[in-house]
Design a protein. Structure first.
Length: 298
């Protein structure tokens, strides 16, 4: 029970006064003071460089970055930094809108960083469970983004990332164009290293294209045969059987009369569930002229 005095004076004294911690304008003043303190402690350029590689920042630092960006909307590095720390909060359209000025007018490094940031956002969103219509719209936006990038001068590392994305979306012609920019003039051995690295990351389609590009640059028939088989095997390992068969027809080239390659393709076609195709390879193998007959003079 409440004391008698509480009963007598209830409603007389009014609501018990409460201690007010801070008003909104006082909180704003504190935030501005802290931001000012940050600017004193960390010079603008030094702070941006310090934060540039951080994946996450606290609310106060984010507020500081946002205020800096408002005062310098044309600062490409600040824009990239803001996009990086807000990429989980922004949807693709808004992130694209934020980064497009950098992609259009930044220097080579800034354009590359903005593009890899946007590419990662596309990859993340497309890996989630979305309605079919939304996936279609996102893929259309992504394809347009890649086509524009393909007309620009991009570094090899970025071209490799774009190639991997294009292959994952089954845009093989576009992926091959990016791939040709990864290692122009490189030896087949260097391309084999790229292929092995892609396999280690589980990127079988990209690995296959590296192997087949190495096959085209191989200087010996043995190497050409080996790279061709590795390229087809990578697709088979990813259960992309139909595509493996189409790629084999596309890239077999001067190995079309090679007995070892024909034997391999007959087995691969059977494993892919295409017995008719396997029979055609076997038939070509059976009717290959033997070395003695090929060299005989009628």
């Amino acid at each position: 029970m409440l004391p008698d005095r509480s009963k007598r004076h209830a409603g007389v004294d009014g609501e018990t006064p409460r201690l007010q911690l801070a008003s909104n304008w006082q909180l704003l003043l504190v935030a501005l003071l802290m931001i000012g303190l940050l600017r004193v402690i960390f010079p603008h350029k030094a702070l941006v460089e310090k934060l540039y590689d951080q994946e996450q920042v606290d609310e106060l630092t984010l507020s500081y970055i946002e205020n800096l960006h408002r005062t310098e909307p044309g600062n490409a590095d600040l824009t990239i930094l803001l996009g990086r720390v807000q990429r989980e909060q922004l949807d693709i359209v808004n992130l694209d809108h934020l980064l497009q000025p950098v992609i259009n007018a930044g220097d080579g490094r800034q354009r590359a960083e903005a593009r890899i940031l946007l590419l990662g956002a596309y990859e993340h969103v497309l890996s989630t469970d979305l309605p079919a219509e939304e996936v279609k719209q996102l893929r259309n936006r992504l394809e347009a983004f890649l086509l524009v990038a393909n007309r620009d001068d991009i570094p090899p590392a970025l071209a490799g990332a774009f190639a991997a994305t294009a292959f994952r979306q089954d845009w093989f012609a576009l992926g091959t164009q990016f791939l040709s920019r990864v290692a122009p003039g490189r030896t087949a051995q260097a391309l084999e290293v790229y292929a092995n690295e892609a396999l280690a990351l589980g990127r079988h389609t990209l690995a296959s294209e590296y192997y087949l590009l190495a096959r085209r640059q191989a200087t010996s028939r043995d190497d050409a045969r080996r790279y061709f088989r590795e390229g087809i095997a990578a697709l088979m390992a990813a259960s992309r059987f139909a595509w493996a068969m189409r790629v084999a027809e596309r890239d077999i080239g001067d190995l079309a009369d090679d007995p070892e390659t024909l034997r391999y393709m007959a087995r691969a076609a059977l494993a892919a569930g295409e017995p008719v195709r396997a029979a055609r390879y076997a038939q070509r193998l059976v009717f290959q002229p033997s070395p003695a007959r090929a060299g005989a003079v009628p």
